[in-house]
Design a protein around this ligand. Structure first.
Ligand code: 5MM
Length: 333
């Protein structure tokens, strides 16, 4: 088994998922400010250090996706953050895209950038201890989007990124996110997700990506956030699994869902409902907001609340592990 296969299998090992703590400097700063913390390189580091040093994090978290800034930072005690994760038995990962930018001539659609110079950046990240990487494509649903062109351009970029990662010995997380914003139905999300995954796997195939050495990070198939007809966990699970079974090759190492703005308990309930399906790949979590929002609120920027922040994160991780192992009981959303 190659190292790529081993790392990918570790990322989606039974009963564990991934913590997405890779907010860009801009997003992280605005989230800290919203929690009453003045944003700076130091406060962003302190917040990330709080998350990754949560006691027993490794029992439910196989890997943490970091932003470039965090990968280069050390804890207050002077230990490099990727080394801390490695010592804890958690794989350090790195977000390598440089964000979604307007796609020329398109109606508000975006193309995710970051391919220029990526080979050299990946080589440096590997030296710094990154075991896996992440690239997120953003697909929006409106009356006239997504366009075939936006889907094709983003799928092509994801495939070039993924092949470059594997060339450099890094496992790619391939994240095509169909956004929840809008009033569209669950059926429309299913159709769009199906079309996006079809194009993404077509491009991954063309690029010669080794499926057993990658992890897919898709959206769950949910109705738009403003849809008049919300869907419960059973309906979401059924639509999500059926869509994935249509399009995701069985060799893919695993599927780790993003939370996409769902309330933490809703994302966990949906994940739990999927576990009874028979799929060729493990289904786990790679949540950002659904894991860290309670921790950010609990901490509110005070050092005294460091423990409260860690307890809030640990509680969400525990619930998601219960979702994976079949012992999850519904919570108040
Ligand atoms: C943690 O946020 C990630 C980076 O976002 P920005 O570059 O926009 O700051 C983001 O890619 C995240 O990993 C995914 O969207 C999944 O997070 P959610 O909150 O949707 O689970």
């Amino acid at each position: 088994m190659s190292t790529l296969h081993e790392v990918a299998a570790r990322m989606v090992a039974p009963g564990r998922g991934i913590l997405a703590a890779d907010e860009s400097i801009r997003t992280m700063s605005s989230r800290l400010e919203a929690a009453g913390v003045a944003a700076s390189e130091t406060t962003r580091r302190d917040y990330r250090e709080m998350l990754v040093s949560t006691p027993d994090l490794a029992t439910g978290v196989s890997g943490v996706i970091l932003a470039d800034e965090t990968l280069r930072q050390s804890t207050r005690a002077g230990q490099p953050i990727p080394k801390l994760l490695d010592d804890l038995g958690i794989l350090p990962g790195i977000k390598v895209d440089t964000g979604a930018h307007p796609l020329a001539g398109a109606d508000g659609e975006t193309i995710t950038e970051g391919l220029d110079g990526l080979r050299a950046r990946l080589a440096e990240y590997a030296q710094m201890g990154a075991a896996f990487a992440k690239w997120r494509a953003v697909i929006t649903i409106t009356g006239n989007t997504p366009s075939r062109r936006a889907i094709a351009a983003n799928a092509h970029a994801l495939a070039r990124y993924a092949r470059l990662c594997q060339e450099q010995g890094i496992v790619p997380i391939v994240e095509p996110e169909v956004m929840m914003s809008g009033a569209h139905t669950l059926t429309r999300t299913a159709l769009v997700t199906n079309a996006v995954l079809r194009e993404v796997f077509g491009q991954l195939e063309l690029a010669g990506v080794d499926y057993a050495g990658m992890v897919l990070k898709p959206n769950m198939v949910v109705p738009g956030v403003d849809s008049p007809r919300p869907a419960g966990p059973e309906e979401v699970a059924e639509a999500t699994v059926q869509t994935l079974l249509c399009r995701v090759p069985e060799q893919v190492a695993g599927v780790a869902f993003l939370s996409g703005g769902q309330a933490p308990a809703v994302a966990t309930a949906n994940l739990a409902a999927m576990q009874s399906a028979t799929t060729p790949w493990p289904l786990t979590f790679s949540f950002g907001r659904a894991l860290v929002d309670p921790a950010l609120k609990a901490r509110r920027g005070s050092d005294d609340a460091w423990t409260a922040g860690q307890e809030a994160l640990a509680a969400r991780v525990r619930r998601n592990v219960e979702a994976l192992n079949g012992s999850y009981l519904p919570e108040a959303a």
